[in-house]
Design a binder for this molecule. Structure first.
Ligand code: NAI
Length: 556
């Protein structure tokens, strides 16, 4: 497979003599090869004498990086080192990440990125991506043109309004779009130079941050919702104008803002919300695997959500869409889904329901008791998205186990202390019967000599693959059906050996391979549905593989 010829590399290759020379070349993160420049290149580009004598290959450079990383005292220090490496030598950075994604993803993304975001203003070295503020209103398109690339296919934008479990951290949230886009490349080979991280700096409610002298964002409370809507409208239109065909990936906006933006733009422009669609898709993927294990159809399941916020509603809606795609009417599908939140069962006598919750308010006795609700509703699947740790108690798991031979129990709230129950609790209390997944990775559990490997419903099983398919197929829209196709593709890759150990997601050992297989299925679906704007190739896999970013140096 060849390294794709992107705008930057194409220009460089077409006119090698036009490459920057001397320190300009060494300071260019895309073109820099550091000690890998050959003797001829060193002479040709005026860098002879600017590098030590040794001429090394990428593997030797990687060995040095690994030693540096091993010597660091914490993952946050490793994060800082890796971001610095990305700034100096992008190829070596991705070579490092892609050498062992399972090891490095938790460093460049969750959970270490949370520490990095908290400390953003303190560990800041140099700018990455773009910052858009309300002060730019009326000239956002002009500002976007300051970005040096024109072929931007993905733009990940956050307001920093709800970052992981950290709440509103304003401009410190920039670590998230940066990290998320790096995962598109590290997990699925999406070329890095077609991506743009953006922080929509609208102020923050976080008074402590605003008082921090090293805080880098606007020191003001967030602009009101109407102003945010107007700013976002201008931003979305400006993206269409400056980067036509670019997919806008909304990430970590405040829950209500996230839902509103997806409702407003989902049908209008190419956009994606990983917190809503990615979460829903990865949950559906786990459910699909679980149902394949017990050989039952989705359309026969009853699903109870514990937590009815943005994650719960998003998952519920996608499950309903998936049931509809398998033949149920919307009404029949919705009747199979029930919600339970901080005020108890969502039912018609409740006066505090949002329009999104109301569609799941089925006639039923009011209840504030989860076990009683389980006994009445008789769910096959219980999904925790409540942010309240320890709420799936022994009686809850036992009630699910009484009703079902293999209860499907997902405790998705994170971080770890927020999980509704741990893997060990789920397996122990269900006597090993539960098909369990969590939002975090719990360690393996051994029960009566049997080893269980709990699944982690991590969005990275979905969004990089959807990203790769989107990059290549250039769809008009990213529909729910695309997310359902991704979920099915993920489920189909969990082999019998993994299933026997309770795994509901593919192994992390071969992430790139898994993502490409999922992307092939999603791209195929986009072509079949007439969503794709690229020309349909004869062999979609070969076509996708030919476009993958390879962390290799160009020879001039
Ligand atoms: P949210 O704040 O929008 O919703 C929380 C919901 O839980 C609300 O409906 C609330 O009424 C309910 N709730 C709170 N306390 C409760 C209690 N004691 N009993 C019953 N219900 C209670 O939060 P969001 O965005 O929906 O996220 C929920 C959780 O899901 C978070 O912990 C988040 O980290 C996790 N999550 C996990 C993902 C994954 O594993 N891939 C992806 C997205 C979210």
């Amino acid at each position: 497979m060849n390294k794709p010829v992107t705008a930057r590399t194409a220009a460089a290759l077409a006119a090698p003599t036009a490459l920057p020379s001397g320190h300009m070349l060494l300071d260019n993160m895309v073109l820099n090869k550091d000690t890998a420049f050959s003797a001829e290149e060193r002479q040709q580009y005026g860098i002879d004498g600017l590098l030590p004598a040794a001429i090394e290959g990428l593997d030797r450079q990687l060995e040095r990086v690994m030693r540096h990383l091993d010597a660091k005292p914490s993952d946050l220090e490793r994060y800082i080192y890796l971001i610095g490496l990305a700034d100096r030598n992008e190829t070596l950075f991705y070579r490092t990440l892609m050498s062992d994604p399972a090891r490095f993803l938790p460093i460049v993304y969750d959970p270490t990125v949370a520490d990095a975001c908290l400390a953003f203003g303190h560990i800041y070295r140099r700018p990455r991506g773009m910052y858009i503020t309300p002060k730019m209103k009326g000239r956002i398109a002009e500002v976007l043109r300051n970005w040096p690339q024109r072929d931007v296919r993905f733009l990940c934008v956050s307001t920093g309004g709800r970052i992981l479990g950290l709440g509103d951290i304003g401009a410190n949230g920039m670590g998230i779009p940066i990290g998320k886009l790096q995962l598109y490349t590290a997990c699925a080979g999406v070329p890095p130079d077609c991506m743009l991280p953006v922080l929509l700096d609208i102020g923050t409610t976080n008074a402590q941050l605003r008082a921090d002298p090293l805080y880098l964002g606007l020191r003001q409370p967030p602009i009101p919702a109407e102003e945010l809507d107007a700013l976002t409208e201008e931003f979305v239109n400006a993206v269409q104008e400056v980067f036509p065909g670019c997919c806008i990936h909304f990430e970590d906006w405040k829950g209500t803002d996230a839902i509103r933006m997806l409702e407003r733009y989902g049908d209008k422009v190419l956009c994606y919300n990983d917190d809503i669609q990615g979460t829903a898709s990865v949950t559906l993927a786990g459910i699909t695997t679980a149902l394949q294990i017990i050989d039952k159809p989705l359309t026969a399941q009853r699903v109870l959500f514990f937590g009815a916020g943005s994650a719960g509603i998003g998952i519920a809606n996608l499950i309903v869409s998936a049931m509809q795609s398998q033949g149920l009417s919307q009404e029949a599908a919705r009747a199979r889904v029930s919600l339970f939140d901080i005020n108890g069962l969502v039912e018609p006598s409740r006066t505090d329901l949002s329009p999104q919750q109301k569609v799941y308010a089925h006639r039923a006795e009011a209840s504030k008791e989860l076990v009683a609700t389980i006994e009445r509703f008789k769910p096959d699947i219980l999904i925790g998205v409540s942010t309240k740790g320890g709420t799936f108690t022994q009686p809850v798991v036992e009630a699910m186990s009484r009703l079902n031979e293999r209860p499907i129990i997902f405790a998705l709230s994170n971080p770890t202390d927020k999980a509704e129950c741990t893997a060990e609790q789920a397996y122990t209390w269900s006597k090993g019967k539960a098909l369990y997944a969590a939002g975090v990775q719990f360690p393996d559990v051994t029960l009566n000599g049997q080893a269980f490997h709990p699944g982690q419903a991590n969005n990275f099983y979905i969004f990089p693959a959807v990203g790769l398919a989107t990059y290549a197929a250039r769809p008009k829209r990213l529909t729910d059906a695309c997310c359902i196709a991704a979920a099915q593709a993920s489920a189909d890759q969990v082999g019998p050996e993994l299933r026997a150990r309770g795994m509901l997601y593919p192994s992390q050992k071969h992430i790139l391979q898994t993502q490409v297989t999922t992307a092939v299925r999603v791209a195929e679906f986009m072509f079949d549905q007439g969503l794709a704007q690229a020309q349909r190739p004869d062999d979609i896999r070969a076509w996708l593989e030919g476009q993958l970013y390879q962390p290799q140096y160009q020879t001039a």
